[in-house]
Design a protein around this ligand. Structure first.
Ligand code: SER
Length: 586
């Protein structure tokens, strides 16, 4: 029996009712495009509304997360995944939840206790240390050295910035063949998180206030693809049984082996699988230029572009062949895929036909642009060119950015958005900001992230090296991404200091001033700027005290206190000599 069946049966036997997966598009939650966790469709019930199936629930929920599309291609990221979860809506709480998890892992899955470790909440001014969970784990036989107490970043869970929330206990599995060390170190990446048990007893409102919920709930989540790979001993998720058939099909289609073509095959497999689930959903999403339809379009077009690298003949129905394997594999659990099979196959083919018509010409146009830029100092594709690629050749802006990045260029996405806006106004089509999560307008959150980017730049100079400069920047409503020169990794201690410094500046409520000056003067004063030659003679400088002065088109917040709490998500290499930080505000 596979993990999904084992999980669901285990909890059914313990009084839980199996609920069907909700559609991928949330029914009553316009703040997110897709469900990103099993608990999302259950929010009203976690808030106290009685659930028609009772107080103990279990399911596998279809989840989609597309905010970091560029991560797809590595061994562990997927845009679609299934989340196994069990819930108690005011029924059992910490002890029983921990005991169920322990029993499932050690008895049903036969994982030896020696390979398990856990984290629990260490406590802060508002919420006490979670000794109840620690005691419950000890009772199960988990020794003290395998229980780590961590803070809010690790052991407090909330979806987004408001809603039901609470402390959690995370369960880790030792995936290496070597014996697990006695002392658990959650930073050692041979310990991998496999299950998250959240004890939802609070509600956080958007003004940051926390109050107790009517009932104490449990919300647990286990990422299916991830845990299957771990249990099968695979470091590469795509080599687990979840993906075997899909990858095999890709090998057949291309006559190539997965070895040596991993990245392209992963991207295509992942994106076609997600597209299949979106098209197969009851919410009836089709490729479009807005909202979920835009994400779907991007996924399919990105898969098509990568299929060219594998020399897949576009006249073959490769996309349908892959989708058929996926439908076949999953329709036992998600009958909607079988019901909507014809729609899935025909929409995939239609979108391929639409894009294939212009892709070739668009890539030629791209090469022309790059050749022209190669002769200039400016390494940025203009907003106007990016708009032409979008409007005439159907290149989603993110695809243009990705291709540009591969060739060592950046894209003026703000200029693109401006052109897009003008075009929208001209053709009187819909309001700006329609592109939630896609071509988002300059929403409030983006403005806040934009100012946070300036502070991050300044903090990196102050903490790490004054010679650090921006090499690229990209902002979505979910996060900022900042590329900068550095020939070494930024240490964890430095990242903590950078984060603290940015938050200190935010707390100091500093005004953000706009100053106009000549380009020459800006150059002389050593103003932070990326490509000086593209700016007009009179430039605009955004100045925050003596902390930061950057030539910039804006928009920015008026005062740093509007930003919120700044949080670094990750630091990684971007390309040779360039590091990348992703951060968000909460
Ligand atoms: N909501 C929690 C998570 O997504 C547990 O299900 O990790």
């Amino acid at each position: 029996m596979n993990l999904k069946d084992l999980y669901i049966n285990f909890f059914k036997k313990r009084g839980h009712k199996e609920i069907p997966s909700a559609p991928v598009v949330p029914e009553n939650n316009p703040s997110v495009l897709f469900n990103t966790a099993g608990m999302q469709p259950l929010i009203p019930y976690l808030m106290g509304k009685p659930h028609p199936y009772g107080a103990r629930l279990v399911n596998a929920q279809k989840c989609i997360r597309t905010n970091d599309l560029e991560e797809i291609g590595n061994t562990t990221h997927h845009t679609f995944f299934e989340m196994l979860g069990n819930w108690s809506l005011g029924d059992y709480f910490k002890e029983e939840s921990i005991s169920y998890s322990y029993e499932f892992l050690t008895k049903t899955l036969n994982i030896p206790r020696e390979k398990l470790a856990v984290t629990v909440f260490t406590g802060n001014e508002e919420i006490p240390r979670d000794e109840v969970s620690a005691v419950a784990w000890r009772k199960m036989g988990i020794p003290d050295e395998r229980i780590a107490y961590l803070g809010v970043e690790d052991n407090f869970w909330i979806a987004g910035d408001s809603g039901p929330c609470g402390t959690d206990t995370e369960i880790f599995y030792w995936k290496s063949n070597e014996d697990a060390p006695k002392l658990f170190d959650s930073e050692d990446n041979r310990w991998v998180e496999i299950w998250n048990n959240v004890f939802m007893e609070f509600y956080k409102s958007s003004d940051g206030n926390i109050k107790e919920l009517e009932k104490k709930n449990v919300d647990t989540g286990m990422g299916y693809e991830r845990v299957v790979a771990i249990l099968e001993g695979k470091d590469d998720n795509y080599q687990s049984s979840v993906w075997n058939n899909i990858i095999k099909k890709m090998e057949d289609i291309t006559n190539l082996s997965y070895d040596g073509h991993e990245k392209e095959m992963r991207i295509i497999a992942d994106h076609i699988r997600t597209a299949t689930f979106i098209l197969g959903d009851y919410s009836g999403i089709k490729p479009a230029n807005t909202d979920q339809g835009y994400i779907l379009r991007r996924l399919i077009r990105r898969a098509i572009r990568h299929s060219r690298a594998l020399n897949i003949n576009q006249d073959n129905d490769w996309e349908k062949e892959i989708a058929k394997i996926i439908i076949n594999q999953y329709s036992k659990y998600y009958q909607e895929l079988e019901v909507n099979k014809e729609t899935i196959l025909s929409e995939l083919a239609k979108e391929k036909a639409r894009f294939s018509k212009t892709l070739e010409k668009g890539l030629k146009e791209f090469d022309k642009l790059i050749n022209n830029l190669n002769n200039s100092l400016n390494k940025e594709i203009s907003g106007k060119s990016a708009f032409k690629l979008y409007d005439t050749y159907g290149f989603p802006i993110e695809l243009t950015e990705e291709i540009a990045f591969e060739k060592g260029f950046t894209v003026d996405t703000r200029g693109f958005k401006q052109m897009y806006k003008e075009h929208q106004e001209k053709s009187r089509e819909g309001a700006i900001g329609k592109f939630k999560g896609g071509l988002a307008g300059d929403t409030e959150i983006e403005t806040r992230l934009h100012t946070a980017t300036h502070l991050l730049n300044a903090a990196l100079k102050a903490v790490v090296d004054k010679n650090i400069h921006q090499r690229g920047s990209n902002i979505t409503p979910e996060r900022l991404r900042f590329d900068f020169n550095s020939d070494r990794k930024i240490t964890k201690e430095e990242l903590i200091k950078v984060e603290e410094l940015v938050n200190k500046w935010i707390k100091e409520s500093l005004d953000v001033e706009i100053i106009q000056m000549t380009k020459e003067k800006a150059l002389k004063t050593g103003m932070e700027c990326v490509f000086i030659d593209k700016y007009p003679d009179i430039v605009q400088v955004y100045k925050i005290n003596d902390i930061s002065s950057e030539l910039c088109g804006g928009p920015h917040v008026k005062n740093t206190k509007e930003i919120g709490t700044f949080k670094i998500i990750k630091e990684e290499a971007s390309s040779a000599g360039i590091r990348r930080i992703k951060a968000t505000i909460i």
